[in-house]
Design a protein around this ligand. Structure first.
Ligand code: WT7
Length: 654
């Protein structure tokens, strides 16, 4: 499927699905009228709306004001004190739910564990005391680089409990990525594991931390969980720096009363790619984020006490923060965590997990759905998926074909699909169906959530008529919004609040149809979404250029059948170096070690020059056309050297 086919199929999409009646009957919200009424009230009187929601949660001290809005700086629940770990754990234990399963875990090798709210609470309290004993104080940033195992949840919640902001780094990232993030966050402690399981192999997490720590003396303590064991991963413990998780936990007290934190105290940093070479630390605070993730999880996944909810995302991404952990646990619902790959030992692993654990709500990425589609429905048909009630997607646009496959093959036509649009920066879901109420259209994230004032605007800020493309913007503050970019207040204002006067600029292009449904088309900035994961063109370019043989590089995103987008790189070599397949492989490998396997280019072409404007800007649009179709049709009048394009289009030079 080419990108033109895919856009065409979205534009022609006219199917509509009413919420299944059996689903609506039991849903929190049952009709479009109810949604419209609540949405109107939530945007007209947001303070009243959010105060009501917030009162369902526990606060050590109530707020004086719901919102302080000094554009573009928002404070929510001003003066209030709370503890999000208390709301995810203690609150449920006090309601008599201590023995209920909080985390249902399956490791890749097949080991399973059930951890109750009481047990999770105990471990979180112990680990909070461990952190304190290691000198971690409120406000200190704690780096977490772990496999997707329950102890990752323990580490995150322990940080939240004592008010030490966590910075979780995805376990697939490289040592350099750890150095960049630890340095920016000025973090002195890293929590990791001897390894994690991925496709039957061990991901050597501790070894990667060792490599990073060698070059980065900010790292003073490393706490190591034994996940795979000495038989599978040999780790060297550096005396004075490295400590075993189990040894520290054995000596720690299980008593750790939840501290009252200010609603605006920093809860976490999460690094994500933007338009420069270095990732930015997106800063989220406590109270608003808690209320936003709590309410979105409740309504969009229609959470009920007996749900077994599974979001397949890693906690290294925002989806894992908000909808594996915080939002789900705040609702007292069982969250399933699966450590490994979707195709290990075979392509039916996800469906086997759903059948064996009787999963009721399942949330995954379009890339995964397209990969399952390619492998054929037999893998799913082998399993009893009748416990499923709802399906969700996130991370990139879903093409109607994949949506229909998900609906028919996995949902067996019985489950509403929630296509949820949001970002690391928004903290929680912003545009999505309310499954018992909203009629869905394959490929559309449908309508804005409560309190969200979304609009499609042009550069001047004018609202676009139905079905014309424009920039997706948010016109009013919302509780889960990012409060800044860590240590870069100026970039926060410039990137999100200056492109279009007075509104939050998402970086996505979009159209709204005649029913007010949003159709997200993709990024308009230098961000590429590979398999739903965000990469900055500059970031990948700097990694390529840091290879000794490379003089200059430019990368663009090109459509990819499974991953949505893939990276195409154009590379010029230093004088005297000859292009070769071996060099191409070496450069690709170099990128993977610098940034992680996700960033490995799908195509890498050698060229003698890159097309630039007279002012020296690389013309990525031309490169995109060349990488996609092999030719250039658009305007080239600003190009400095016309022969460059002609030569590039002739494929590899050299
Ligand atoms: C970007 C944000 C939100 C958690 C995972 C990604 C794209 C996200 C959708 C969707 C179309 C989507 C956008 C957005 N995106 N969800 N349902 N339909 N596009 O978080 O890494 O911060 O990326 O992902 O382009 O801006 P992220």
């Amino acid at each position: 499927m080419s990108s033109a086919d895919s856009i065409d199929s979205v534009l022609k999409e006219t199917r509509r699905f009413a919420p299944p009646p059996h689903f609506s009957t039991d849903a929190h919200l049952r009709s479009m009228e109810e949604y419209e009424r609540m949405h109107r009230r939530s945007v007209e009187r947001p303070e009243e709306f959010w105060a009501e929601v917030a009162s369902e949660l526990h606060w050590h001290q109530p707020w004086e004001r719901v919102l302080d809005w000094n554009p573009p700086h928002a404070k929510w629940f001003v003066g209030a004190k709370t503890n999000i770990a208390y709301n995810c754990l203690d609150r449920h234990i006090e309601r008599g739910l201590g023995e209920k399963t909080a985390i249902l875990f399956e490791g890749e090798p097949g080991d399973t564990r059930r951890i109750s709210f009481r047990e999770l609470h105990e471990q979180v309290c112990r680990f909070a005391n461990v952190l304190r004993a290691q000198g971690v104080k409120k406000g200190d940033r704690v780096t977490i680089y772990m496999p997707l195992v329950p102890e990752l949840a323990v580490a995150v919640l322990a940080c939240a409990r004592i008010g030490a902001p966590h910075s979780v780094i995805f376990g697939g990232f490289s040592g350099q990525a750890i150095i960049d993030r630890v340095t920016d966050a000025e973090s002195h402690i890293v929590i990791t594991a001897d390894g994690g399981w991925r496709r039957g192999k061990v991901v050597p997490l501790k070894q990667t931390v060792d490599e990073a720590a060698e070059k980065c003396d900010l790292i003073r303590k490393v706490i190591v969980l034994e996940r795979v064991g000495a038989k599978h991963a040999a780790v060297t413990m550096k005396p004075g720096r490295d400590l075993w998780w189990h040894e520290l936990m054995a000596g720690a007290s299980a008593v750790c009363p939840a501290e009252a934190h200010d609603a605006e105290d920093m809860l976490f940093l999460l690094y994500t790619s933007g338009s420069t070479g270095k990732p930015k630390g997106i800063l989220h605070t406590t109270g608003g984020y808690m209320v936003h993730t709590y309410l979105t999880a409740r309504y969009i996944f229609d959470l009920k006490p007996d749900d077994v909810y599974w979001c397949s995302a890693d906690v290294g991404w925002i989806t894992g923060h908000s909808y594996v952990l915080y939002g789900v646990l705040a609702n007292g619902v069982t969250t399933l965590m699966y450590e490994g790959a979707p195709n290990h030992p075979d392509w039916d692993r996800f469906w086997s997990i759903i059948a064996r654990h009787k999963v009721t709500k399942f949330y995954t990425a379009p890339t995964a759905i397209r990969a399952f589609m390619r492998e054929g429905r037999a893998h799913a048909d082998k399993h009893d998926l009748s416990t499923l009630k709802l399906l969700g997607t996130v991370g990139e646009p879903i093409n109607p074909e994949a949506w229909m496959w998900y609906h028919d093959v996995i949902g067996r036509g019985r489950c509403p699909i929630v296509d949820t649009w949001w970002q690391t920066e928004t903290g929680g879901i912003m545009i999505a169906p309310i499954p018992g109420a909203t009629h869905t259209k394959p490929g559309s994230a449908t309508r804005p959530f409560f309190g969200v004032d979304a609009a499609v605007l042009d550069r001047s800020g004018a609202e676009q008529p139905p079905n014309s493309g424009g920039f997706l913007c948010i016109r009013k503050p919302w509780p889960g919004m990012l409060r800044g970019i860590y240590r870069d207040p100026e970039r926060f204002v410039r990137q999100y609040w200056s492109e279009i006067e007075g509104v939050y600029f998402t970086g996505d292009s979009c159209r709204m149809d005649e029913d007010g449904y949003f159709w997200i088309m993709g990024r308009v900035d230098d961000v590429i979404k590979v398999a739903g994961h965000r990469l900055g063109t500059m970031e990948v370019e700097s990694a390529i250029v840091s290879h000794d043989a490379v003089a200059e590089a430019a990368v663009v995103g090109v459509p990819h059948e499974i991953k949505g987008q893939a990276i195409a790189a154009f590379v010029t070599l230093v004088t005297g170096t000859k292009p070769s397949d071996a060099l191409r492989d070496d450069i690709s490998r170099h990128v993977a070690t610098q940034l992680g396997a996700l960033a490995r280019p799908e195509q890498l072409r050698f060229t003698q020059a890159l097309p630039k404007t007279r002012s020296g800007k690389i013309m990525r649009r031309l490169l995109r056309e060349i990488a996609t179709s092999g030719q250039v049709t658009g305007d080239t009048t600003t190009l400095e050297d016309f022969s460059v394009v002609a030569r590039l289009a002739e494929k590899d030079e050299g």
